[in-house]
Design a protein around this ligand. Structure first.
Ligand SMILES: O=C(O)C[C@H]1C=CC(=O)O1
Length: 96
C-alpha cells in the first residue's frame, strides 16, 4: 500500500546543538535503511522549509504506523498521511 506522508520538523530552539545533531544522524541512517528496503520509496525536501514529502510503500496501516513512530525525529514532527491508489492515466507500472 502506498501512502503520501508529509513531515514538518519542529526541533525545540532550546535543544542543545549536539543533541539535535545526534538525533538527525540517527534519523538519516534510519531513513536510508528504509529507502534501501524499498519501504520509503520517495523522499523530497519541500523547498524553503524544514519539511519533506515522502511516499511509503508498506503492507498496511499498522506497518506505516510502526515505521513512522520509530523515526528518531518523530517527537518533533507534525505528520500527515494520505493513502494513495493508482491513477488511471499513470504510465508507471510500479504504481499500485
Ligand atoms: O529532514 C527531514 O525532512 C526529516 C527527516 C526525514 C528524513 C530524514 O533524514 O530526516
Amino acid at each position: 500500500m502506498l501512502f503520501k506522508v508529509e513531515m514538518k520538523v519542529n526541533i525545540p530552539h532550546d535543544m542543545p546543538a549536539e543533541v539535535a545533531a545526534e538525533i538527525k544522524a540517527r534519523e538519516k541512517a534510519y531513513a536510508q535503511e528504509l529507502q534501501a528496503q524499498g519501504k520509503w520509496r520517495h523522499l523530497w525536501r519541500v523547498a524553503g522549509s524544514y519539511a519533506n514529502v515522502s511516499i511509503f510503500d508498506v503492507a498496511d496501516n499498522a506497518e506505516l504506523q510502526d515505521l513512522i513512530s520509530a523515526l528518531p525525529l518523530f517527537p518533533y514532527m507534525d505528520i500527515s498521511v494520505a493513502p494513495l491508489c493508482r491513477h488511471p492515466s499513470s504510465i508507471h507500472q510500479d504504481d499500485r
